[in-house]
Write a protein that binds this ligand. Structure first.
Ligand SMILES: Nc1ncnc2c1ncn2[C@@H]1O[C@H](COP(=O)(O)OP(=O)(O)OP(=O)(O)O)[C@@H](O)[C@H]1O
Length: 460
Protein backbone atom coordinates (compact mmCIF):
# COMPACT_ATOMS: atom_id res chain seq x y z
CA UNK A 1 0.00 0.00 0.00
CA UNK A 2 1.33 3.47 -0.85
CA UNK A 3 2.43 5.67 2.02
CA UNK A 4 -0.45 7.66 3.57
CA UNK A 5 -0.02 11.41 3.26
CA UNK A 6 -1.34 13.65 6.06
CA UNK A 7 -1.73 17.43 5.86
CA UNK A 8 -1.45 19.16 9.25
CA UNK A 9 -2.62 22.76 9.59
CA UNK A 10 -1.92 24.88 12.67
CA UNK A 11 -0.53 28.36 13.29
CA UNK A 12 1.65 27.14 16.16
CA UNK A 13 5.06 26.03 14.90
CA UNK A 14 5.80 23.85 17.94
CA UNK A 15 2.54 21.96 17.56
CA UNK A 16 3.25 21.35 13.88
CA UNK A 17 6.66 19.91 14.73
CA UNK A 18 5.34 17.71 17.53
CA UNK A 19 2.62 16.27 15.30
CA UNK A 20 5.04 15.79 12.43
CA UNK A 21 7.34 13.84 14.74
CA UNK A 22 4.49 11.67 15.99
CA UNK A 23 3.07 10.88 12.54
CA UNK A 24 6.35 10.31 10.68
CA UNK A 25 7.36 7.86 13.41
CA UNK A 26 4.17 5.97 12.47
CA UNK A 27 5.32 5.92 8.84
CA UNK A 28 2.97 8.62 7.54
CA UNK A 29 4.20 11.17 5.05
CA UNK A 30 3.48 14.63 6.45
CA UNK A 31 3.03 18.11 4.96
CA UNK A 32 2.65 21.19 7.16
CA UNK A 33 0.58 24.33 6.60
CA UNK A 34 0.29 27.38 8.84
CA UNK A 35 -2.40 29.52 7.19
CA UNK A 36 -5.91 28.77 5.88
CA UNK A 37 -4.86 29.94 2.41
CA UNK A 38 -1.96 27.49 2.38
CA UNK A 39 -4.28 24.64 3.36
CA UNK A 40 -6.67 25.41 0.50
CA UNK A 41 -3.86 25.71 -2.06
CA UNK A 42 -2.21 22.47 -0.93
CA UNK A 43 -5.51 20.55 -1.07
CA UNK A 44 -6.17 21.92 -4.56
CA UNK A 45 -2.83 20.67 -5.81
CA UNK A 46 -2.34 17.38 -3.97
CA UNK A 47 -4.20 14.32 -2.81
CA UNK A 48 -4.02 13.69 0.93
CA UNK A 49 -5.26 10.75 3.00
CA UNK A 50 -6.38 12.99 5.89
CA UNK A 51 -6.32 16.60 7.11
CA UNK A 52 -5.60 17.42 10.73
CA UNK A 53 -6.90 20.96 11.14
CA UNK A 54 -6.62 23.48 13.96
CA UNK A 55 -9.86 25.44 14.17
CA UNK A 56 -8.23 28.69 15.32
CA UNK A 57 -5.68 30.58 13.29
CA UNK A 58 -4.13 33.96 14.20
CA UNK A 59 -7.00 36.35 13.52
CA UNK A 60 -9.30 35.14 16.18
CA UNK A 61 -8.20 32.53 18.61
CA UNK A 62 -11.31 31.13 20.19
CA UNK A 63 -14.39 31.23 17.96
CA UNK A 64 -13.14 28.62 15.47
CA UNK A 65 -14.67 30.70 12.65
CA UNK A 66 -11.59 30.51 10.44
CA UNK A 67 -11.32 26.76 10.81
CA UNK A 68 -15.02 26.30 10.04
CA UNK A 69 -14.66 28.37 6.87
CA UNK A 70 -11.72 26.20 5.79
CA UNK A 71 -13.76 23.02 6.36
CA UNK A 72 -16.54 24.39 4.20
CA UNK A 73 -14.17 25.03 1.31
CA UNK A 74 -12.23 21.78 1.67
CA UNK A 75 -15.34 19.61 1.56
CA UNK A 76 -16.11 21.09 -1.86
CA UNK A 77 -12.57 20.54 -3.11
CA UNK A 78 -11.65 17.11 -1.83
CA UNK A 79 -14.81 15.10 -1.50
CA UNK A 80 -13.56 12.15 0.45
CA UNK A 81 -10.80 13.78 2.46
CA UNK A 82 -11.36 13.01 6.15
CA UNK A 83 -10.95 16.17 8.26
CA UNK A 84 -10.06 15.79 11.93
CA UNK A 85 -10.28 19.10 13.80
CA UNK A 86 -8.29 20.18 16.88
CA UNK A 87 -8.57 23.11 19.21
CA UNK A 88 -7.38 24.13 22.62
CA UNK A 89 -10.77 25.71 23.31
CA UNK A 90 -12.98 22.79 22.63
CA UNK A 91 -16.60 23.24 23.35
CA UNK A 92 -19.44 20.93 22.43
CA UNK A 93 -20.98 23.65 20.25
CA UNK A 94 -17.80 24.10 18.26
CA UNK A 95 -17.37 20.36 17.80
CA UNK A 96 -20.95 20.08 16.55
CA UNK A 97 -20.49 23.05 14.21
CA UNK A 98 -17.32 21.49 12.75
CA UNK A 99 -19.03 18.15 12.20
CA UNK A 100 -21.99 19.87 10.56
CA UNK A 101 -19.64 21.55 8.13
CA UNK A 102 -18.13 18.17 7.20
CA UNK A 103 -15.38 17.34 9.73
CA UNK A 104 -15.43 13.70 10.74
CA UNK A 105 -13.86 13.75 14.20
CA UNK A 106 -12.66 16.11 16.89
CA UNK A 107 -9.56 16.14 19.14
CA UNK A 108 -8.94 18.43 22.10
CA UNK A 109 -5.49 19.89 22.78
CA UNK A 110 -3.37 18.72 24.49
CA UNK A 111 -4.05 15.52 22.64
CA UNK A 112 -3.50 11.95 23.67
CA UNK A 113 -1.09 10.38 21.12
CA UNK A 114 -2.74 6.96 21.02
CA UNK A 115 -6.22 8.39 20.63
CA UNK A 116 -5.11 10.77 17.88
CA UNK A 117 -3.38 7.98 15.96
CA UNK A 118 -6.36 5.70 16.30
CA UNK A 119 -8.74 8.41 15.02
CA UNK A 120 -6.52 9.05 12.00
CA UNK A 121 -6.23 5.34 11.21
CA UNK A 122 -10.00 4.81 11.46
CA UNK A 123 -10.91 7.87 9.43
CA UNK A 124 -8.54 6.95 6.61
CA UNK A 125 -9.97 3.43 6.51
CA UNK A 126 -13.54 4.77 6.52
CA UNK A 127 -12.81 7.27 3.73
CA UNK A 128 -11.28 4.67 1.45
CA UNK A 129 -14.22 2.35 2.12
CA UNK A 130 -16.63 5.16 1.27
CA UNK A 131 -14.80 5.96 -1.94
CA UNK A 132 -14.77 2.29 -2.92
CA UNK A 133 -18.52 2.02 -2.22
CA UNK A 134 -19.25 5.11 -4.27
CA UNK A 135 -17.32 3.58 -7.16
CA UNK A 136 -18.96 0.18 -6.77
CA UNK A 137 -22.45 1.68 -6.72
CA UNK A 138 -22.03 3.41 -10.04
CA UNK A 139 -20.13 0.46 -11.50
CA UNK A 140 -22.96 -1.87 -10.50
CA UNK A 141 -25.50 0.34 -12.21
CA UNK A 142 -23.39 0.37 -15.37
CA UNK A 143 -22.75 -3.35 -15.25
CA UNK A 144 -26.46 -4.01 -14.91
CA UNK A 145 -27.04 -1.91 -18.01
CA UNK A 146 -24.27 -3.76 -19.83
CA UNK A 147 -25.19 -7.24 -18.60
CA UNK A 148 -25.22 -9.88 -21.27
CA UNK A 149 -21.95 -8.58 -22.65
CA UNK A 150 -18.72 -10.53 -22.60
CA UNK A 151 -19.94 -12.62 -25.50
CA UNK A 152 -17.96 -14.83 -27.82
CA UNK A 153 -16.73 -13.16 -30.97
CA UNK A 154 -17.23 -15.25 -34.10
CA UNK A 155 -14.70 -14.28 -36.76
CA UNK A 156 -13.94 -16.94 -39.35
CA UNK A 157 -13.87 -14.79 -42.47
CA UNK A 158 -10.55 -13.57 -43.85
CA UNK A 159 -11.65 -9.94 -43.37
CA UNK A 160 -12.41 -10.46 -39.65
CA UNK A 161 -9.24 -12.49 -39.03
CA UNK A 162 -7.16 -9.63 -40.39
CA UNK A 163 -9.10 -7.05 -38.46
CA UNK A 164 -8.71 -8.92 -35.17
CA UNK A 165 -5.00 -9.37 -35.66
CA UNK A 166 -4.62 -5.60 -36.24
CA UNK A 167 -6.87 -4.95 -33.23
CA UNK A 168 -4.63 -7.12 -31.02
CA UNK A 169 -1.55 -5.19 -32.09
CA UNK A 170 -3.26 -1.84 -31.55
CA UNK A 171 -4.63 -2.94 -28.18
CA UNK A 172 -1.14 -3.33 -26.71
CA UNK A 173 -0.23 0.27 -27.53
CA UNK A 174 -2.11 2.87 -25.57
CA UNK A 175 -3.38 4.94 -28.52
CA UNK A 176 -7.00 5.98 -28.88
CA UNK A 177 -8.94 3.86 -31.34
CA UNK A 178 -11.94 4.78 -33.45
CA UNK A 179 -14.14 1.89 -34.60
CA UNK A 180 -16.35 2.57 -37.59
CA UNK A 181 -18.92 0.35 -39.29
CA UNK A 182 -22.62 0.04 -39.98
CA UNK A 183 -25.13 -0.58 -37.19
CA UNK A 184 -25.01 -4.05 -35.74
CA UNK A 185 -21.60 -4.99 -37.17
CA UNK A 186 -20.12 -5.55 -33.72
CA UNK A 187 -18.46 -2.25 -32.81
CA UNK A 188 -19.20 -2.62 -29.09
CA UNK A 189 -17.94 -6.19 -29.14
CA UNK A 190 -14.72 -5.12 -30.88
CA UNK A 191 -14.23 -2.38 -28.26
CA UNK A 192 -14.46 -5.06 -25.56
CA UNK A 193 -12.02 -7.24 -27.48
CA UNK A 194 -9.48 -4.40 -27.69
CA UNK A 195 -9.82 -3.67 -23.97
CA UNK A 196 -9.43 -7.36 -23.09
CA UNK A 197 -6.28 -7.65 -25.21
CA UNK A 198 -4.77 -4.47 -23.72
CA UNK A 199 -2.55 -3.99 -20.69
CA UNK A 200 -5.58 -2.40 -19.02
CA UNK A 201 -7.64 -5.60 -19.09
CA UNK A 202 -7.46 -5.96 -15.29
CA UNK A 203 -9.27 -2.63 -14.92
CA UNK A 204 -12.73 -1.56 -16.02
CA UNK A 205 -14.08 -0.94 -19.49
CA UNK A 206 -16.66 1.78 -18.95
CA UNK A 207 -19.18 2.34 -21.71
CA UNK A 208 -21.06 5.55 -22.50
CA UNK A 209 -23.61 5.89 -25.25
CA UNK A 210 -23.20 9.51 -26.27
CA UNK A 211 -26.66 9.62 -27.84
CA UNK A 212 -28.33 8.57 -24.62
CA UNK A 213 -27.03 11.39 -22.42
CA UNK A 214 -29.18 14.50 -22.15
CA UNK A 215 -27.15 17.58 -23.06
CA UNK A 216 -27.65 19.26 -19.67
CA UNK A 217 -26.37 16.16 -17.82
CA UNK A 218 -23.38 15.57 -20.06
CA UNK A 219 -20.75 17.09 -17.75
CA UNK A 220 -22.15 15.46 -14.66
CA UNK A 221 -22.26 12.01 -16.33
CA UNK A 222 -18.76 12.28 -17.75
CA UNK A 223 -16.95 14.12 -14.95
CA UNK A 224 -19.18 13.56 -11.91
CA UNK A 225 -20.55 16.21 -9.57
CA UNK A 226 -20.42 17.20 -5.95
CA UNK A 227 -23.39 17.35 -3.64
CA UNK A 228 -25.30 20.61 -4.10
CA UNK A 229 -23.69 21.45 -7.47
CA UNK A 230 -27.19 21.75 -8.98
CA UNK A 231 -30.76 21.19 -7.81
CA UNK A 232 -30.85 17.41 -8.29
CA UNK A 233 -27.31 16.78 -7.05
CA UNK A 234 -28.29 15.33 -3.67
CA UNK A 235 -25.16 13.21 -3.31
CA UNK A 236 -21.62 13.27 -4.67
CA UNK A 237 -21.48 11.28 -7.87
CA UNK A 238 -18.50 9.80 -9.61
CA UNK A 239 -18.28 10.36 -13.39
CA UNK A 240 -17.35 7.95 -16.17
CA UNK A 241 -13.79 9.27 -16.57
CA UNK A 242 -13.02 8.68 -12.90
CA UNK A 243 -14.59 5.21 -13.06
CA UNK A 244 -12.47 4.28 -16.04
CA UNK A 245 -9.22 5.35 -14.28
CA UNK A 246 -6.43 2.93 -15.36
CA UNK A 247 -8.94 1.22 -17.68
CA UNK A 248 -10.67 2.11 -20.95
CA UNK A 249 -13.59 4.38 -21.71
CA UNK A 250 -15.78 3.33 -24.63
CA UNK A 251 -17.54 6.31 -26.18
CA UNK A 252 -20.24 4.85 -28.40
CA UNK A 253 -22.06 6.86 -31.10
CA UNK A 254 -19.63 9.78 -30.91
CA UNK A 255 -21.47 11.49 -33.78
CA UNK A 256 -24.08 12.39 -31.16
CA UNK A 257 -21.81 14.39 -28.84
CA UNK A 258 -23.46 17.83 -28.63
CA UNK A 259 -21.19 20.47 -30.16
CA UNK A 260 -21.54 22.54 -26.95
CA UNK A 261 -19.81 19.74 -24.99
CA UNK A 262 -17.09 18.80 -27.45
CA UNK A 263 -14.54 21.37 -26.19
CA UNK A 264 -14.86 19.97 -22.63
CA UNK A 265 -14.26 16.46 -23.87
CA UNK A 266 -11.31 17.59 -25.97
CA UNK A 267 -9.68 19.17 -22.93
CA UNK A 268 -9.80 15.90 -20.96
CA UNK A 269 -8.48 13.94 -23.91
CA UNK A 270 -5.58 16.36 -24.27
CA UNK A 271 -4.65 16.79 -20.62
CA UNK A 272 -6.32 13.82 -18.89
CA UNK A 273 -7.53 16.41 -16.39
CA UNK A 274 -11.04 17.44 -15.37
CA UNK A 275 -13.10 18.82 -12.50
CA UNK A 276 -16.31 17.38 -11.07
CA UNK A 277 -19.23 19.76 -11.62
CA UNK A 278 -19.30 22.16 -8.67
CA UNK A 279 -15.70 21.49 -7.63
CA UNK A 280 -12.62 23.55 -8.46
CA UNK A 281 -10.21 20.74 -7.70
CA UNK A 282 -8.57 19.38 -10.83
CA UNK A 283 -8.32 15.61 -11.04
CA UNK A 284 -5.87 13.62 -13.11
CA UNK A 285 -6.89 10.36 -14.78
CA UNK A 286 -5.21 7.73 -16.87
CA UNK A 287 -7.79 6.54 -19.41
CA UNK A 288 -7.60 4.99 -22.86
CA UNK A 289 -10.39 6.04 -25.20
CA UNK A 290 -12.07 3.67 -27.61
CA UNK A 291 -14.73 5.45 -29.66
CA UNK A 292 -17.26 4.16 -32.18
CA UNK A 293 -19.54 5.62 -34.79
CA UNK A 294 -21.64 4.69 -37.77
CA UNK A 295 -22.01 8.32 -38.77
CA UNK A 296 -20.03 10.02 -41.48
CA UNK A 297 -17.95 12.24 -39.20
CA UNK A 298 -16.36 13.94 -42.24
CA UNK A 299 -19.75 15.38 -43.22
CA UNK A 300 -20.47 16.36 -39.61
CA UNK A 301 -17.17 18.25 -39.53
CA UNK A 302 -18.02 20.00 -42.81
CA UNK A 303 -21.43 20.96 -41.46
CA UNK A 304 -19.79 22.40 -38.32
CA UNK A 305 -21.40 19.77 -36.06
CA UNK A 306 -18.19 18.03 -35.05
CA UNK A 307 -14.84 19.56 -34.08
CA UNK A 308 -12.00 18.45 -36.29
CA UNK A 309 -9.47 18.68 -33.43
CA UNK A 310 -11.63 16.33 -31.33
CA UNK A 311 -11.89 13.91 -34.25
CA UNK A 312 -8.08 13.85 -34.62
CA UNK A 313 -7.76 13.07 -30.92
CA UNK A 314 -10.20 10.17 -31.20
CA UNK A 315 -9.05 8.51 -34.38
CA UNK A 316 -5.32 7.98 -33.80
CA UNK A 317 -6.07 4.53 -35.27
CA UNK A 318 -9.25 3.71 -37.16
CA UNK A 319 -10.58 0.17 -37.46
CA UNK A 320 -13.51 -0.48 -39.79
CA UNK A 321 -15.84 -3.44 -39.31
CA UNK A 322 -17.03 -4.87 -42.61
CA UNK A 323 -20.78 -5.30 -43.07
CA UNK A 324 -22.05 -8.87 -42.61
CA UNK A 325 -22.76 -9.18 -46.34
CA UNK A 326 -19.03 -8.66 -46.92
CA UNK A 327 -18.06 -11.52 -44.62
CA UNK A 328 -20.20 -14.35 -45.81
CA UNK A 329 -17.87 -16.94 -44.27
CA UNK A 330 -19.10 -15.78 -40.83
CA UNK A 331 -22.82 -16.17 -41.53
CA UNK A 332 -23.24 -19.89 -40.89
CA UNK A 333 -20.88 -20.02 -37.87
CA UNK A 334 -22.81 -17.08 -36.39
CA UNK A 335 -26.13 -18.78 -37.14
CA UNK A 336 -24.98 -21.97 -35.41
CA UNK A 337 -23.67 -19.98 -32.48
CA UNK A 338 -27.01 -18.22 -32.04
CA UNK A 339 -28.96 -21.45 -32.49
CA UNK A 340 -27.05 -23.01 -29.60
CA UNK A 341 -27.49 -19.88 -27.50
CA UNK A 342 -31.25 -19.56 -28.07
CA UNK A 343 -31.94 -23.30 -27.71
CA UNK A 344 -30.37 -23.03 -24.25
CA UNK A 345 -32.24 -19.85 -23.45
CA UNK A 346 -35.65 -21.23 -24.49
CA UNK A 347 -34.89 -24.76 -23.30
CA UNK A 348 -35.35 -26.40 -26.67
CA UNK A 349 -33.49 -29.36 -28.14
CA UNK A 350 -30.79 -28.54 -30.66
CA UNK A 351 -31.82 -27.37 -34.15
CA UNK A 352 -30.56 -28.27 -37.61
CA UNK A 353 -30.68 -25.94 -40.62
CA UNK A 354 -31.58 -27.15 -44.08
CA UNK A 355 -29.18 -26.58 -46.98
CA UNK A 356 -31.63 -24.21 -48.69
CA UNK A 357 -31.98 -22.16 -45.51
CA UNK A 358 -28.18 -21.93 -45.26
CA UNK A 359 -27.97 -20.76 -48.84
CA UNK A 360 -30.68 -18.14 -48.26
CA UNK A 361 -28.85 -16.84 -45.19
CA UNK A 362 -25.59 -16.53 -47.14
CA UNK A 363 -27.20 -14.74 -50.08
CA UNK A 364 -29.24 -12.27 -48.03
CA UNK A 365 -27.94 -8.66 -47.88
CA UNK A 366 -28.31 -8.14 -44.08
CA UNK A 367 -28.99 -4.41 -43.77
CA UNK A 368 -29.16 -4.80 -39.98
CA UNK A 369 -25.98 -6.91 -39.96
CA UNK A 370 -25.28 -9.29 -37.06
CA UNK A 371 -27.96 -7.80 -34.83
CA UNK A 372 -30.53 -8.64 -37.52
CA UNK A 373 -29.21 -12.22 -37.85
CA UNK A 374 -29.30 -12.61 -34.09
CA UNK A 375 -32.95 -11.55 -33.88
CA UNK A 376 -33.94 -13.58 -36.89
CA UNK A 377 -32.56 -16.75 -35.34
CA UNK A 378 -34.14 -15.98 -31.98
CA UNK A 379 -37.49 -15.57 -33.69
CA UNK A 380 -37.08 -18.78 -35.68
CA UNK A 381 -36.22 -20.74 -32.52
CA UNK A 382 -39.21 -19.32 -30.63
CA UNK A 383 -41.72 -19.84 -33.43
CA UNK A 384 -40.56 -23.16 -34.86
CA UNK A 385 -42.68 -26.17 -33.97
CA UNK A 386 -40.03 -28.64 -35.24
CA UNK A 387 -36.33 -28.74 -34.54
CA UNK A 388 -35.39 -27.86 -38.05
CA UNK A 389 -35.00 -24.44 -39.58
CA UNK A 390 -36.11 -24.28 -43.15
CA UNK A 391 -36.19 -21.35 -45.51
CA UNK A 392 -39.85 -20.72 -44.68
CA UNK A 393 -39.14 -20.08 -40.99
CA UNK A 394 -36.53 -17.48 -41.81
CA UNK A 395 -38.97 -15.00 -43.29
CA UNK A 396 -36.12 -13.56 -45.34
CA UNK A 397 -38.46 -12.55 -48.14
CA UNK A 398 -40.18 -10.20 -45.71
CA UNK A 399 -36.91 -8.90 -44.40
CA UNK A 400 -35.51 -8.31 -47.89
CA UNK A 401 -38.32 -5.91 -48.75
CA UNK A 402 -36.12 -3.18 -47.30
CA UNK A 403 -38.28 -3.16 -44.16
CA UNK A 404 -41.28 -1.13 -45.29
CA UNK A 405 -42.88 0.67 -42.35
CA UNK A 406 -46.26 -0.98 -42.97
CA UNK A 407 -44.78 -4.31 -41.86
CA UNK A 408 -43.52 -2.84 -38.65
CA UNK A 409 -45.88 -4.87 -36.53
CA UNK A 410 -45.28 -8.60 -36.45
CA UNK A 411 -48.17 -10.53 -37.98
CA UNK A 412 -51.35 -10.97 -35.99
CA UNK A 413 -50.98 -14.59 -34.95
CA UNK A 414 -47.50 -13.86 -33.64
CA UNK A 415 -48.64 -10.64 -32.03
CA UNK A 416 -50.96 -12.45 -29.62
CA UNK A 417 -48.09 -14.69 -28.49
CA UNK A 418 -45.84 -11.79 -27.56
CA UNK A 419 -45.60 -9.56 -24.52
CA UNK A 420 -45.74 -5.80 -25.10
CA UNK A 421 -41.98 -5.45 -24.57
CA UNK A 422 -41.27 -7.92 -27.41
CA UNK A 423 -43.55 -5.97 -29.75
CA UNK A 424 -41.91 -2.71 -28.77
CA UNK A 425 -38.50 -4.24 -29.40
CA UNK A 426 -39.60 -5.55 -32.82
CA UNK A 427 -40.95 -2.15 -33.83
CA UNK A 428 -37.76 -0.39 -32.81
CA UNK A 429 -35.64 -2.87 -34.78
CA UNK A 430 -37.80 -2.43 -37.84
CA UNK A 431 -37.58 1.33 -37.69
CA UNK A 432 -33.80 1.23 -37.36
CA UNK A 433 -33.52 -1.14 -40.32
CA UNK A 434 -36.01 0.92 -42.35
CA UNK A 435 -33.97 4.10 -41.85
CA UNK A 436 -30.71 2.21 -42.49
CA UNK A 437 -29.43 2.82 -38.99
CA UNK A 438 -30.18 6.56 -38.89
CA UNK A 439 -31.21 6.80 -35.23
CA UNK A 440 -32.48 10.37 -35.40
CA UNK A 441 -34.89 9.53 -38.22
CA UNK A 442 -35.97 6.28 -36.56
CA UNK A 443 -36.65 8.15 -33.29
CA UNK A 444 -38.53 10.92 -35.09
CA UNK A 445 -40.72 8.42 -36.95
CA UNK A 446 -41.88 7.08 -33.58
CA UNK A 447 -42.44 10.55 -32.14
CA UNK A 448 -39.58 10.09 -29.66
CA UNK A 449 -36.63 12.32 -28.80
CA UNK A 450 -33.26 10.80 -29.67
CA UNK A 451 -32.36 10.26 -26.01
CA UNK A 452 -35.74 8.65 -25.21
CA UNK A 453 -35.21 6.38 -28.21
CA UNK A 454 -31.73 5.39 -27.00
CA UNK A 455 -33.06 4.70 -23.52
CA UNK A 456 -35.48 2.19 -25.02
CA UNK A 457 -32.72 0.58 -27.08
CA UNK A 458 -30.58 0.24 -23.95
CA UNK A 459 -33.52 -1.35 -22.13
CA UNK A 460 -33.53 -4.16 -24.70
N1 LIG B 1 -18.34 -11.27 -34.31
C1 LIG B 1 -19.44 -11.47 -33.58
N2 LIG B 1 -19.68 -12.66 -33.04
C2 LIG B 1 -20.80 -12.88 -32.30
N3 LIG B 1 -21.73 -11.95 -32.06
C3 LIG B 1 -21.52 -10.73 -32.57
C4 LIG B 1 -20.37 -10.42 -33.35
N4 LIG B 1 -20.42 -9.13 -33.70
C5 LIG B 1 -21.57 -8.64 -33.18
N5 LIG B 1 -22.22 -9.59 -32.49
C6 LIG B 1 -23.51 -9.42 -31.81
O1 LIG B 1 -24.34 -8.60 -32.63
C7 LIG B 1 -25.07 -7.67 -31.84
C8 LIG B 1 -24.68 -6.26 -32.27
O2 LIG B 1 -23.32 -6.03 -31.93
P1 LIG B 1 -22.80 -4.64 -31.37
O3 LIG B 1 -23.78 -4.05 -30.40
O4 LIG B 1 -21.40 -4.81 -30.92
O5 LIG B 1 -22.86 -3.81 -32.73
P2 LIG B 1 -22.61 -2.27 -32.97
O6 LIG B 1 -21.90 -2.14 -34.27
O7 LIG B 1 -21.96 -1.67 -31.77
O8 LIG B 1 -24.10 -1.75 -33.13
P3 LIG B 1 -24.63 -0.23 -33.04
O9 LIG B 1 -23.93 0.55 -34.12
O10 LIG B 1 -26.08 -0.37 -33.33
O11 LIG B 1 -24.32 0.27 -31.67
C9 LIG B 1 -24.72 -7.97 -30.40
O12 LIG B 1 -25.67 -8.84 -29.89
C10 LIG B 1 -23.37 -8.66 -30.50
O13 LIG B 1 -23.15 -9.54 -29.44
Amino acid sequence: MSQRHILIADDDHDILLALKFLLTSENYRVTLASTPLQVIELVKQNDYSALLLDLNFNLDTTSGEEGLAVIEQITKLALNLPIVVMTGWATVELAVAAMQKGACDFVQKPWDNERLLSIIRNQIALASQKQENEKLNVENQLLKAQSGRNQAMIAESEAMQQLLSTAEQVAKSDVNVLITGENGTGKSLLAEYIHNCSNRAQHSLIQVNMGAIAENLFESEMFGHIKGAFTDARENRIGRFELAHHGSLFLDEIGNIPISQQAKLLRVLESQQFERVGSSKTQQVDVRIIAATNADIGSLIEAGDFRQDLFYRLNSIELTLPSLAKRQADIIPLTEHYLTQFCQKYQKDSFTITASAKQALISYHWPGNIRELNHLIERAVILSSTNQIDITQLNLSLASQEHPLETCIVNETEEFDQPLSALEKAIIERRIAHFHGNMSQAAKSLGLSRSAFYRRIEKF
